[in-house]
Design a protein around this ligand. Sequence first.
Ligand code: A3P
Length: 296
Amino acid sequence: MGDPQTDCLFYFRGIPFMHQIYNMEGLERVEDFEVMDDDVFITTYPKSGTTWMQVFLSLVYAEGDESQVKDIHNFDRAPWLEAMMDDVVKTKRPRLISSHLPFNLQPRMLREGKGKVIHVLRNPKDTLVSFYHFHNITKFLESQSDFQTFVEQFIDAKVFIGSWFDHVRGWFENTHPNVLHVTYEDMTIDLDAVTKKVCEFLGKTLTKQQLESVKHHSSFNIMRDNPKTNFSQVEMFDFEKGTFMRKGKVGDWKDYFTVAQSERFDDVYRERMVGLGLDFIWDLPARKPTCSVELV
Ligand code: A3P
């Protein structure tokens, strides 16, 4: 059983948050946050493709104008509700607002259906691996040297934002028509289809050229080399230990999980996600393009 990372984390309504970024008062204020009809929230469990969606949506709203993502940092284009509410309030409408909060800690008005939500989720084994590495580049989380310990901490919800299983269940069980679910895997395999879906959801029509620009400037390599999207200008990361834009792959978990760890995770997944009908893609095989393993 992994230990909770108590030095770096505190609990708010049962969910662990990082001391260095969050405080009780900021989290309490979220409940009464005034949601506008044209607000778009990007909600995610950590390491599920938040930054990718922030950049992608910024470009969609800017109709492909790359200066949006070359001149303005993620934090300023899509500020964090629970950590930067004063900035969110000052943001020019229509606002892009980022949040890792589970559904039940979101603003009351959002829970009642106001604004739009794009919820991004990723297969949890890749999320876990990405999160494991993230702990080693951030100065605000405890470094992780033992993968096995981290697997148990993740399963036991003793990590920032708590349980992946509860988080995802919460967003699916309470979903309303203003919530669009998008997977990291779909974005990887068919970004054109995701773009179409997202543009329809937001009521945006872009030209072919604008769409090409959205795709290009939100691609992994371009984001990796862009200081406004790769977090290289952010002091809270230690880039001698790794990069934020790490691999951007589907199926990286296979290089980390042992067979025993994978089977244990699958058991927990089956038990915790029963009845939800989620169908994640867990791997992209080298040759055949479509292979999904359904665990439900
Ligand atoms: P890896 O650590 O697996 O590489 P978040 O923004 O929610 O913290 O998620 C970070 C993860 O998304 C990292 O995964 C990062 O590399 C990946 N990512 C960011 N931008 C991406 C892009 N344009 N394409 C694919 N993956 C991307």
